[in-house]
Design a protein around this ligand. Structure first.
Ligand code: FNR
Length: 332
């Protein structure tokens, strides 16, 4: 089976053992200030304004199944006016006949589109991705533990830093440094800023586990690492000092509008969903997903109203309670 199809297969099979969003409770408001229709959900990051605070995050491309999923989810994104990010463009670079990425552009004029490439790649790969897809931004993914577990994964990492610097120097669209579900530490964000980056998708633990996926693709030798990394909420709490210095995007284990709003309360500029969108694509028609996503937009507004937040910035004033493992992490 194609590697990209195996990622999809095992991502669908995995069930996370815990989700840090369940350790967080928002303090609601009883005497509201705003009418529902006054609430503005727009967000700003990577030099763009988006009408809604959540998006479909990087997943696939590079196989027939990947093309079908890209096609379906890009159509949903276009119809709902939300952002869609393709999976790593390296699959298209390996195979010039591959049309599983460009299909999203071709079939959806005006689509809000981002694309993705690995930090192991030379900046010329990023330039080609940008030239071909004309995205609003390029995500550079960092996936160390995935590479280490992956049977055919890279074993050389000391070029990543130089590659990132070259991306910063040469790529003309905004860049986002992105984890893949293991979480990002303040030290990583600090280092990324020193390398010239401004925007970080901390993609934490709680949803898709690439440790599990690669273990299943291989001989499952390292199953004890399936829960590797830091949870999304823990990462956001740890990055409090960076909320106003950098642009922090949240992803990892986001299931529904309440998780989206919790991430925004913790200072995220926007929120990405991968595994949840993959499951929707697998189990529903395009029309059904459009209906669900359109409803999510209204549900986000509803929850913001119940928290007395007129806009996403005001969500940062919302008080919250932490429980369990996440609270313990925060106290240390
Ligand atoms: C991914 N993810 C991913 N990330 C990335 O930067 N480049 C990629 O090509 C892929 N490919 C990919 C394939 C599949 C099938 C899945 C489910 C995910 C990682 C993704 O963007 C995200 O960081 C993690 O999945 C965590 O978010 P969720 O899935 O818990 O919402």
């Amino acid at each position: 089976m194609n590697r990209k199809d195996e990622h999809i297969k095992y991502a669908l099979k995995y069930e996370s053992t815990g989700n840090s969003f369940d350790d967080m409770e928002l303090i609601q408001c009883s005497i509201p200030k705003y009418n529902l229709e006054e609430i503005d959900m727009s967000v700003n990051f990577a030099e763009n304004t988006f009408e809604y605070p959540f998006f479909i995050n990087a997943m696939t491309g590079g196989s027939k199944k990947g093309k079908e999923i890209n096609r379906k989810l890009a159509k949903v994104a276009k119809e709902c006016n939300i952002l869609f990010v393709t999976g790593s463009y390296s699959a298209a670079l390996k195979n010039p006949d591959d049309d599983s990425f460009e299909v999203v552009r071709k079939e959806n004029k005006g689509l809000l589109l981002g694309t993705n490439i690995g930090a192991d790649k030379n900046y010329t790969a990023g330039m080609k991705a940008v030239e071909d897809l004309k995205p609003l931004f390029l995500q550079i993914h960092v996936n160390l533990m995935q590479e280490l577990i992956m049977p055919e994964g890279s074993r050389n990492f000391n070029e990543w830093e130089k590659n990132i610097v070259d991306f910063v120097k040469n790529i003309k669209v905004p860049l986002i440094l992105k984890e893949v579900g293991f979480g990002m530490s303040p030290e990583t964000v600090k280092k990324g800023m020193e390398l010239g980056l401004k925007t970080f998708d901390i993609s934490g633990r709680g949803g898709t586990s690439f440790a599990y996926i690669e273990n299943m693709r291989g001989e499952n030798r390292f199953s004890y690492l399936n829960e590797w990394g830091q949870s999304t909420v823990s990462c956001l709490l740890g990055l409090k000092d960076y909320i106003n210095k950098a642009e922090i995007i949240a992803s990892g284990g986001v299931r529904h509008p309440l998780d989206i709003i919790k991430a925004l309360v913790l200072g995220a500029k926007a929120v990405g969903l991968s595994g949840t969108m993959l499951r929707l694509a697998e189990n529903n028609s395009t029309e059904e997903i459009i209906e669900i996503v359109n409803s999510w937009k209204e549900e986000c507004r509803m929850i913001m109203c119940a928290l007395n937040a007129k806009n996403v910035k005001e969500l940062q004033n919302v008080k919250y309670v932490l429980y369990g493992k996440t609270k313990e992490f925060y106290l240390k």
